[in-house]
Design a protein around this ligand. Structure first.
Ligand SMILES: N[C@@H](CCC(=O)N[C@@H](CS)C(=O)NCC(=O)O)C(=O)O
Length: 211
């Protein structure tokens, strides 16, 4: 298997953590894609992924997954232990629900704030092969949405160890990468979000967060 990664980018980090939690880090060849130098937009990478994004996972028989969701789904099916997407029908559905919320309300909110304001991302307000101008009002909306997200996540984590309850899951990976991403772009976790801070410290102690 091959994993197209970018060590500084938040989306491939989700898959990198997922791979580490499955104990597969030494079994998958990692290829670093230099997003800073726009390697994702060059012909060589476009031939691998026409959507011009990382992560990409390529199986030994040449199938390719171009989204975080697709990469993780493949790994969960091919390597079921330890389960990161639930065991029972209800667990699987609840985790999928929560993971979707973490992606939309967390990850995409931080992206909206950053991509519509960072000078280095001028005309790159959305990922992919096409250019889109930044819209400052969307940057402000993104900031608001991230603050709401901290509140929502804090409420979800009230009285529980992990986002979906007792067990660590992909919902924690997405939420952890979203909160780290926010903090990295100087959107700090509010002091009032005590559950988020407790959970973030606990997840930070997992070896998969350091790969
Ligand atoms: N969750 C999305 C996100 C992929 C994504 O946005 N990746 C970013 C890195 S975090 C990227 O490739 N950016 C390239 C660019 O900015 O042009 C997916 O599953 O495809």
């Amino acid at each position: 298997m091959k994993f197209y990664d970018c060590s500084t980018a938040p989306s491939p980090r989700q898959v990198r953590m997922f791979i580490a939690e499955k104990g597969l880090s030494d079994e998958i060849e990692t290829i670093e894609v230099n997003l800073r130098e726009a390697e994702q937009l060059g012909d060589a990478f476009r031939a691998i992924n026409p959507y011009c994004t990382v992560p990409v996972l390529e199986t030994d028989d040449g199938a390719r997954m171009f989204s975080t969701a697709g990469c993780c789904r493949y790994l969960e099916e091919a390597y079921p232990e330890p389960p990161l997407m639930g065991r029972t029908a209800a667990e699987k559905a609840v985790i999928a629900d929560l993971e979707w919320r973490m992606e939309i309300d967390g990850f995409l909110a931080v992206s909206e704030a950053l991509r519509n304001s960072a000078p280095g991302l001028k005309d790159r307000a959305l990922t992919g092969p096409d250019n889109y101008a930044q819209i400052p009002k969307l940057a402000a909306r993104g900031q608001q949405r991230v603050q709401r997200y901290f509140g929502t996540l804090d409420a979800i984590l009230e009285g529980r160890d992990y986002v979906a309850g007792e067990n660590f899951s992909i919902a924690d990976i997405t939420a952890f990468c979203a909160v780290s991403f926010a903090n990295r772009v100087k959107i700090e976790t509010p002091d009032t979000a005590v559950n988020v801070r407790r959970w973030f410290a606990a997840v930070s102690a997992r070896p998969s967060t350091t790969v």
